[in-house]
Write a new protein. Structure first.
Lengths: 319, 703
């Protein structure tokens, strides 16, 4: 595999909350393909303040490649595609980002053909909204879709717009509820239950959980409230299903996303392809991830057809 | 193309018929008996092995469903609350045609889920102890015969505890349907085997036994008449060979003796010399030549094998084209699919006149062998083709080869037979094409089902090469078939113009001959394979149905000639035949069943059997005056060439109609076009008859 630079590559990985599946998938790819590499993994532990130091450290270590995990890490370390700041952002070292739901919306890249920046490429991991909704229909046909989001995040607003468009195209009735913002301009976790109740009262059949850092953070109270009001939650990423009580997600597994990002890194390091020339890719196959515990609570069991290929977690009869 | 209605087997001499009749009878009896025995054996064997095979397959399918259900239950979903099991089971039922139903019951035999509605009787069976005992019984007793199906029951378990049964019902008719299919295939193979065996035996017997004997007979007859000018050349060391050798020896000695005497007498001169000259001319002495006679049968096997190879694709070509189809600019999908057939016919039409010239100039054998190059290249090309353009190109290549090979055989036969025998010779030629069409179409369909379209083309290439090898061995050297052409006198086009001025000839060409070809290539070759496929037929079945056409044309041939002789009125036979061939399509197009197609092909085949001979006879009748000017061959050649326009147009017209109206309506419109042209044909003749009361037509019998 390794045909270019002989020595082991030094890869600097900046992650948001520990070296989870994507981070592992990335490293495994290098190991499995016998590409010599050493990894420096730095965990921000959900603290944005640490990220500036990571940029300096990567430069000081003269890393061959920087990998960023998640929208926050990526945005702060790589900067916007159209006006990156060479002082604050990684502008020389090749960088590969992963687990960024909407890289265009986050201004990390210009478009999916090219990041628009000489040193940046990466992966996106969200299934197209239409694919997600069609998968939902195969679980249980529905007409009324609920959506709760916070307006103070660009990501969440962009995602809401996308959901609105797709729901319209598929002839679904969308029940939108915006989380109220406090005086600090931020939503409060206490407002979540009321919003869920409102969606349930309006007879939504599914509650869609789109891209939102706020809701991802408060996923537990969010999905608990949904179960309380008998609302199945469908998510665009796996975390709310694996780490909370969302019923299901149609998403790429993080491990596989990590491998895809590693493949892009290989092209940069080994094949010497300019990052600018590498498309912002996503996996073509998505997994149907089902939380069986929630299915039991809601008495909403997946159809046989889906069970045949779905990944079922938290299986076994409840309590 | 093969389309005449003359019987396939025509006697060539007075010695062969007796031998042949006995041989035919013997071969038929032996082959039919052994085939029946084999068929019966294989059918029983098949039946006894198919049922357990089916059971095994049902078990595999059932176990996979059991696995899925058990997994769902294992996930903690209550057995009675499983979601989407009905649709899931229906999907299984739809995927496997041999499965009648799949059903899931609980431990009490109560039906929970099923792939389709079940009869009360079947549901009652699920509750019987015979069924319920299977949950705890041994694996061997899971298959039970009930009214609706062969029922296979598989226990469903969770945590090692029985929770119910999954029943798989195997369609009882399925085995019977499979057996029927195989039975038909066996019948086809029997018929084809019989034809091929007879064909080959006939040729071998003629080639090695009767023809040499006849030559010997003729040479002996010459000698008996006192003509010793020729010797029989027969190389093989058999009885004929040694007799021929002995005779040759005698003839040579006689000649030598004559020469010796002649030398001495000539020196003397005078009256003895004149006397000697008299003896020489009386006994044909002085110049010894080889007695040689080619035979029609020489060309039979190569022609049969080559046409057989060519006909293999007939039952599936449009389906194959459809498989590689990609949009072609300016053309609808249907028309694009018709292109390979149209180009094939077009190239044959264009190449045949040239190929005929080549065969005359360079000899039949050479053109046959050279023709194999494009033909075989075409088959290999088709086998590897991935686009519609490649298919069109390669079919065109084969068409060029086909034109060269068929015309070289025709030329060979024409060169060998005497003038009076020419009609007979052509009958042999057309008969061979017809029986090859029968065999090739049916066998090709069966093969395509089993080995796929592409390999059938490869096989066609192999057969074509075999035909070439045999042709090289059996056809006499080219020197004997080269025709020194009498130079075409000038103004041939002006003369043709005169033929075209004959309204009645034009009417026959455009309102009878061309429509007959349109329905043949457009309906039979293009629509039938596609339409039958859409009705769910296998290519084997399609081949069987298409084979009906040549079978009927051959079978009704004698009846048709008898009718033509008795009725005498060629025009009416032609009109009624053309009209009827189209009406079959009008009447049966909306049956939407295989039997509808069968009836259409039967009607069309019968109509064509009855119109072919009258068509030629009628042209000769109508063009009596023209034929005196330009010759019979020219007029009939013109008819042949013109009707090929219909062969080219057929698939294009059919495809256009299918694209607009769909199969059934398109078939109806094709029928209406054909029958309509027959009506128009009648009108033209009634009008022209009135216009020239003293004309040659007006119901005058052929004579």
């Amino acid at each position: 595999m390794a045909t270019g630079k002989p020595g082991p590559f030094h890869i600097y990985m900046a992650v948001w909350r520990g070296c989870e599946d994507a981070c592992k998938g990335f490293q495994d790819y290098f190991r499995d393909n016998k590409i010599p590499a050493t990894f420096t993994v730095r965990d921000a532990g959900r603290d944005k303040a640490k990220l500036a130091g990571f940029v300096q450290e990567a430069r000081g270590l003269e890393a061959d490649l920087v990998v960023t995990w998640g929208t926050s890490v990526t945005r702060i370390m790589l900067g916007p595609w159209d006006k990156p700041d060479p002082a604050k952002h990684v502008t020389k070292i090749p960088a590969v980002f992963m687990i960024v739901a909407d890289p265009i919306g986050a201004k990390v890249v210009r478009d999916y053909e090219s990041s628009g920046r000489a040193n940046v490429t990466g992966t996106r991991n969200r299934a197209p909204t239409a694919v997600q909704f069609k998968a939902l229909q195969s679980y249980k046909t529905f007409k009324r879709l609920g959506l709760i989001y916070n307006t103070n995040e660009l990501n969440a607003r962009l995602n809401a717009a996308q959901v609105r468009k797709t729901a319209g195209e598929m002839g679904l009735d969308l029940i939108e509820v915006k989380l109220p913002l406090g005086e600090d301009g931020k939503p409060s976790p206490d407002a979540i239950e009321a919003a869920v109740k409102e969606v349930a009262d309006k007879k939504a059949e599914f509650l869609y959980m789109g891209s939102s850092s706020f809701l991802t953070k408060f996923r537990k109270p969010f999905t608990d409230a949904a179960i309380k009001y008998k609302l199945p939650v469908a998510a665009g990423t796996e975390v709310p299903v694996t780490k909370a009580g969302a019923l299901m997600a149609i998403a790429s597994r993080y491990y596989n996303v990590g491998q895809l990002a590693a493949d892009q890194a290989r092209r940069v390091l080994v094949d010497k392809v300019a990052p600018e020339k590498i498309r912002i890719q996503r996996l073509r196959r998505f997994s149907f991830i089902i939380n069986m515990e929630t299915a039991h609570k809601l008495k909403l069991y997946p159809p046989m057809e889906i069970l045949r290929y779905a990944e079922v977690i938290k299986a076994g009869p409840t309590q | 193309m093969a389309n005449e209605n003359v019987p396939a087997f025509v006697a060539e001499s007075r010695l062969t018929p007796m031998v042949r009749r006995r041989l035919f009878a013997l071969i038929t009896i032996v082959l039919v008996a052994s085939s029946l025995f084999l068929s019966w054996q294989s059918l029983t064997l098949f039946e006894s092995s198919l049922t357990p095979e089916l059971n095994k397959k049902a078990e595999v399918i059932g176990l996979s469903a059991v696995g899925d259900v058990e997994r769902a239950v294992g996930l903690g979903i209550p057995f009675a609350e499983l979601n989407g099991v009905g649709p899931y089971l229906s999907e299984i039922g739809k995927t496997y045609p041999e499965i009648e139903y799949v059903a899931v019951t609980d431990v009490a035999g109560k039906l929970l889920y099923s792939s389709s509605e079940l009869s009360a009787q079947t549901m009652a069976f699920f509750k019987t102890s015979a069924a319920l005992d299977i949950m705890s019984g041994p694996a061997s007793g899971r298959s039970l015969e009930i009214a609706a199906a062969h029922n296979l029951a598989l226990p469903l378990k969770n945590d090692g505890k029985a929770i119910g049964l999954l029943h798989v019902g195997i369609d009882k008719q399925f085995v019977q349907r499979q057996l029927n299919d195989i039975f038909f295939d066996l019948v086809i193979i029997l018929i084809v085997g019989l034809l091929v065996a007879i064909e080959i035996t006939l040729v071998l017997v003629t080639f090695y036994v009767t023809a040499p004997l006849e030559r010997l007979d003729r040479v002996l007859a010459l000698y008996t008449r006192g003509n010793f000018s020729q010797i029989l050349v027969h190389k093989s060391h058999d009885a004929v060979g040694s007799v021929a050798g002995f005779l040759e020896e005698c003839a040579r000695k006689l000649n030598e003796r004559y020469e010796r005497v002649a030398a001495s007498v000539r020196a003397a001169g005078g009256a003895p010399a004149a006397r000697l000259e008299d003896i020489r001319s009386r006994y044909g002495l002085g110049k010894l030549s080889k007695y040689f006679e080619g035979s029609i049968v020489d060309a039979r096997i190569p022609l049969f094998i080559f046409s057989f190879a060519e006909e293999l694709q007939k039952s599936f070509l449009p389906l194959f084209v459809k498989e590689v189809y990609e949009p072609v600019p300016y053309l609808t999908e249907e028309v694009a699919i018709g292109l390979p057939i149209a180009f094939f016919m077009g190239i044959i039409a264009l190449a045949t006149p040239f190929a005929g010239g080549w065969a005359d100039k360079y000899g039949s054998r050479r053109i046959f062998v050279i023709g194999l190059i494009p033909a075989v290249a075409g088959y290999i090309g088709c086998a590897a083709a991935t686009t519609i353009y490649e298919l069109v190109a390669w079919r065109s290549a084969t068409a060029l080869g086909y034109a060269m090979i068929t015309i070289s055989c025709q030329g060979y036969i024409a060169a060998i037979v005497t003038r009076e025998n020419r009609a007979k010779g052509m009958a042999v030629f057309v008969g061979v094409l017809m029986s090859a069409s029968m065999c090739g179409t049916a066998i090709g369909g069966i093969l395509a089902d089993r080995i796929g379209y592409r390999l059938v083309f490869v096989l066609a290439a192999v057969f074509a090469l075999v035909a070439g090898a045999i042709a090289y061995r059996m056809l006499v050297a080219d020197g004997d078939t080269i025709v020194t052409k009498t130079k075409q006198k000038g103004g041939v086009f002006r003369k043709l113009g005169a033929v075209f001025a004959n309204m009645r000839f034009v009417a026959i060409v455009f309102l009878a001959a061309i429509p007959a070809k349109i329905i043949l290539t457009g309906f039979l070759y293009f629509i039938v394979p596609l339409y039958l496929f859409s009705l769910g037929s296998s290519t084997a079945e399609t081949g069987r149905i298409m084979m009906i056409y040549p079978v009927i044309v051959i079978a009704l041939g004698p009846a048709a000639s008898w009718a033509a002789d008795r009725l005498g009125n060629m025009m009416w036979m032609l009109v009624v035949g053309c009209f009827a061939s189209g009406m079959g399509l009008v009447f049966f197009n909306d049956w939407a069943s295989v039997w509808g197609v069968v009836l259409m092909v039967i009607v069309m085949g019968s109509a064509h059997a009855f119109t072919k001979a009258p068509q030629i006879a009628f042209v000769m009748e109508v063009c009596e005056a023209d034929m005196e000017k330009v010759g019979r061959t020219t007029v009939l050649g013109l008819l042949r060439t013109m009707e090929r326009i219909g062969s080219v147009l057929g698939p294009i017209i059919a495809a256009t109609l299918v694209g607009i109206f769909g199969y059934e309506q398109a078939i109806m419109y094709m029928g209406l076009i054909i029958s309509g042209s027959a009506v128009l044909f009648l009108v033209v003749f009634v009008l022209t008859a009135r216009g020239s009361a003293d004309g040659p037509a007006e119901g005058k019998s052929g004579g």
